[in-house]
Design a protein. Structure first.
Length: 280
């Protein structure tokens, strides 16, 4: 019987710096200043089809998992539907899948290269660099801020995890799909603390706000996976930080990548990711 898996060799954009720190400067479009990003270098990596693995990946082990989930949302660019309907759906989903005590949604991103280039407000382009959304410093800091904002600081001593819920808005997601690196294949020397500074229109010297992520250095031992042809009735759960895990295994790098198996007439990727704080 023919194995239907779609394993692929794909180019992963790794940070290309000598040290363990980097900087990313984001300026408003109106300033005319270019965004300053850390230098990256593409490395061809084996990216395995996660649908046909002998061991099904789990968010508690490899740092990610896929779940079937049909949403009642009819327009994923309608903020009222996102906050009024989709938020409650995702909270119920994560409580059931992760056996969570509480789930707090604090942000969401919509990604579409076409809509972003057309200037649609709040829509971003897909990310083309391997990274983790938080670090050993920014993960706990962001979690405390979230709990303070919703007046739930009594959860501070619970096990906490920052989990993204990623969904293609239009399926199948063949153009620039998401690749995920198993948390178990990452060495702490692969993670580069990257400070991201966002500047406002009125002041291009002092950041309006700052954050910190991990960029990923190349290591041939990295184990990359993806889910071919994801439909909009599927969501990917992705762990970015987990207070209950030994530091290195709580981080799950990820990035979009060019899919050489995608047909020429592939619909440009559109996706939405919900950012959550999960309380156990």
């Amino acid at each position: 019987m023919t194995n239907p898996s779609q394993d692929i060799i794909g180019d992963i954009a790794y940070i290309d710096v000598s040290g363990l720190e980097a900087e990313h400067l984001v300026y408003p479009l109106s300033s005319g200043k270019k965004i300053v990003r850390p230098q990256t270098k593409y490395q061809p990596m084996s990216i395995k089809d996660a649908r046909y693995l002998h061991k099904i990946p789990s968010i508690d082990d490899e740092g990610f998992s896929i779940v079937r989930h049909k949403s009642s949302v009819t327009d994923f660019y309608d903020s009222n539907q996102i906050t009024g309907q989709y938020y409650s759906e995702i909270i119920s989903l994560l409580k059931g899948q992760l056996h969570a005590k509480d789930v707090i949604i604090f942000d969401y991103n919509q990604r579409s290269k076409v809509r972003a280039k057309a200037g649609q407000a709040e829509v971003r382009t897909p990310v083309a660099a391997a990274h983790v959304d938080y670090t050993e410093q920014s993960g706990p800091k962001r979690s405390r801020e979230i709990l303070e904002n919703v007046q739930k600081t009594h959860y501070e001593n619970n096990r906490l995890a920052l989990v993204n819920v990623w969904r293609p808005i239009i399926g199948p997601a063949q153009d620039f799909p998401l690749a995920i690196c198993s948390a178990n294949s990452v060495d702490d020397r692969d993670l580069v603390k990257t400070d991201i500074h966002h500047f406002g229109e009125s002041d291009l010297k002092t950041p309006r706000h700052s954050g910190q992520i991990y960029s990923l250095k190349y290591n041939q031992q990295h184990e990359w996976y993806y889910y071919p042809d994801m439909q909009n009735n599927e969501v990917l759960l992705l762990r970015n930080w987990d207070s209950g895990k030994p530091s290195i295994h709580g981080y799950t790098p990820h990035t979009g990548f060019k899919n050489s198996l995608a047909p020429d007439n592939t619909i440009p990727r559109e996706s939405i990711e919900i950012r959550t704080l999960v309380v156990f």
